[in-house]
Design a protein around this ligand. Structure first.
Ligand SMILES: [Fe+2]
Length: 504
């Protein structure tokens, strides 16, 4: 393990050094056209609020109640994470995923007002760039002027993708490097989490999965080596097992699924070609063969099964389960191309989305048979992202997935919260209309013994007309009635990616 780790890190570091731009002398940097384009777009398009820099000191305020009351029994903190710093020294990142991570804490406590606190994760990158007043390092999709070489992935760790609670500690998750430890109450940063000897700084994805018994599974991808790092972590937050999994084709893998017996990877067709900076340029579309699906045995990581689907791309998986005969069922938000990653996520930095880069991912229910056959049903009613399941059913047979939705051709974010029965295809939904950009909904069970889907959906949203971020709570069984209570901040936060719920 130690040899492999050193080998991997040295290659990453060498790649960074070799391909960093030679750089102009500081002070000679020409005016940045991307920075100027976004400034112009933000004059008259309130959607750009979702991609505007947050204040370096973060946010803190009480939200104003718009209607309704917090349901009795719903008491907790919604933590969320997302990129929130995109420009320094009048130079703007080229890709949405590059922004430094800001972690939010929305505190919902019955009888009290909803409060909101948000702070930037104090990564080494954030601290160095804050002190320098400019970006110092290459990012996932950007190469700032005068960028330095890399010594390891955590040099550029943006800690900007998700959050999770592990044994009482909050962690900000990226995917190319370490999870970053935070105090869940103050959001103070405590530094990178090293899971064990030889594992410091290795990739750790933003989408860990938690079994019903509390076991945490996660992976990190080293696409340039056709390799994954697998992690199994106990409910006590201590590493149980970690190892390298070889011969995983280097299509970009952002999320995965678990069943009670398997770890399931859908490998899209945005494939690694050769190491370049920015790192995203290392990938190119390759549909010379299908999308690979790989199931790895939880108990024996050397045992695997594979399937092939038509070419495609995905960020997010809903959930999976496995029948006694080994048939696996999984749903995911799949698209036929990777324009959302390579086009749309760049457009948003310019402040001008383009129709040819629109995101048209749709939920699909995929069945993987033991004899190698694979089938999929496409739910084409609406574009979809950020699928979520009832967390008690992770890896188990279930019916429901919740996700955000938007109509074809609408390029300024999701407008709908959708509940989908993945067996029957039936949906319930609420459409906020085009003034609202809906963010990921989390399902919170109303009690430990409630049925699947008995509980609340909690999500944030950007209200473009009011230039403010809102929090909405739904009764998950009466989605079409609209939120049972809604709260609004006196400011707009940048749009984020993922969150977690912490009971109080
Ligand atoms: Fe994600």
């Amino acid at each position: 393990m130690e040899m492999n780790r050193r080998h991997m890190l040295s290659l990453l570091a060498a790649g960074g050094t070799a391909t960093a731009l030679p750089g102009l002398a500081f002070g000679e940097t020409p005016a940045d056209p991307v920075f100027a384009a976004f400034e112009a777009a933000s004059q008259d398009d309130p959607w750009t609020l979702g991609f505007t820099d947050a204040p370096a000191d973060g946010f803190q305020s009480t939200a104003r109640r718009l209607h309704g009351r917090l349901p009795s029994g719903l008491s907790g903190v919604l933590h969320r994470n997302g990129p929130a710093r995109f420009s320094r020294n009048d130079w703007r990142y080229r890709h949405w995923f590059d922004g430094d991570g800001m972690v939010h804490a929305w505190r919902l406590d019955r009888g009290s007002d909803v409060t909101h606190t948000a702070r930037f994760v104090q990564t080494h990158k954030w601290q160095a760039e804050q002190a320098a007043g400019r970006f110092l390092y290459p990012a996932f999709g950007s190469q700032p002027p005068n960028a330095r070489g890399l010594h390891g992935p955590d040099d550029i760790n943006a800690a900007n993708t998700s959050v999770m609670m592990v044994n009482g500690e909050l962690m900000a998750l990226w995917e190319g490097g370490s999870a970053w430890r935070l105090d869940p109450d103050t959001l103070d940063s405590r530094g990178p989490r090293n899971w064990g000897e030889g594992l410091g700084g290795l990739p750790f994805s933003a989408h860990p999965k938690v079994d019903p018994d509390g076991t945490i599974w996660n992976f990190g991808q080293a696409a340039s080596h056709d390799m994954l790092v697998m992690y199994q972590i106990g409910v006590d937050g201590q590493l149980r097992r970690a190892d390298l999994i070889h011969d995983i084709p280097g299509g970009m893998i952002h999320d995965f699924a678990v069943t009670d017996r398997s770890l399931l990877f859908l490998v899209g067709n945005l494939a690694f070609r050769r190491m370049q900076l920015p790192f995203l340029d290392s990938f190119g579309w390759d549909d010379s063969r299908g999308m690979r699906v790989i199931a790895i045995d939880k108990g024996d990581w050397s045992r695997r099964r594979t399937w092939e689907l038509p070419p495609g791309f995905l960020f997010h998986v809903g959930g999976a389960w496995e029948d006694p005969d080994g048939t696996i069922h999984v749903d995911a938000a799949l698209s036929d191309d990777s324009e959302v990653a390579t086009g749309h996520a760049r457009d948003v930095m310019l402040g001008t989305p383009r129709l040819e880069h629109q995101s048209i991912s749709r939920m699909r229910q995929i069945t993987l048979y033991p004899d190698g056959r694979a089938e999929q049903a496409v739910f084409s009613d609406v574009c979809a992202e950020f699928p979520q399941v009832d967390p008690r059913y992770t890896g188990l047979a279930r019916c429901l997935t919740w996700h955000v939705g938007w109509p074809d051709g609408h390029m300024r974010g999701a407008t709908q919260i959708v509940q989908r029965d993945v067996i029957s295809g039936q949906t319930r939904r609420y459409d906020f209309g085009t003034d609202i950009v809906v963010e990921e909904p989390l399902f919170i069970p109303s009690s430990e013994r409630s049925e699947e889907g008995e509980g609340w959906l909690v999500h944030t949203a950007l209200n473009k007309r009011e230039a403010a971020t809102e929090l909405h709570v739904f009764d998950a069984q009466r989605l079409e009635d609209g939120p049972v209570t809604s709260w609004r901040l006196p400011y707009a936060c940048p749009l984020g990616f993922h969150g977690c719920w912490r009971d109080l």
